[in-house]
Design a protein around this ligand. Structure first.
Ligand SMILES: [Mg+2]
Length: 127
């Protein structure tokens, strides 16, 4: 049996982190969570090879999701990691900016656990 895939969830809202973690674990994924961009970069540099996908919030104090995204996508060793931006549905500009910076996919908030798992499974099965 293959190992469970690991998803890094980065969001400054504890409720979203907890909820997402719960859903992902129900979907049989391993999760790593953190609440800011700086910590996310540290985890990515240490465990990048083990991370199948990053779910990344945009609006966070300190290093924003955009900055994390740009750092990943301009680094030759990290750029192949799949980055899924968590965006608020009404903010179309976020999607445009994320696209320019190399985001692979988007999940809009608010989301249901069922949708989240479906989308992540679709994304990971494409690789
Ligand atoms: Mg946020």
């Amino acid at each position: 049996m293959p190992d469970k895939e690991t998803i890094l969830v980065v969001d400054d809202e504890p409720d979203i982190l907890n909820l997402t973690k719960k859903f992902l674990e129900l979907g049989d994924f391993n999760t790593i969570t953190c609440s800011n961009g700086k910590e996310a970069m540290k985890i990515i540099k240490e465990k990048g090879d083990d991370i199948a996908l990053i779910l990344l919030d945009i609006m966070m104090p300190g290093m924003s999701g955009y900055q994390v995204l740009e750092t990943i996508k301009t680094d030759d060793e990290l750029k192949d990691i799949v980055v899924v931006l968590f965006t608020v549905k009404s903010f179309n500009e976020d999607i445009q900016k994320g696209k320019r910076l190399g985001a692979d996919y988007y999940i809009t908030k608010p989301f249901s656990g069922k949708e989240l798992l479906k989308k992540i499974k679709e994304i990971l099965n494409k690789d």
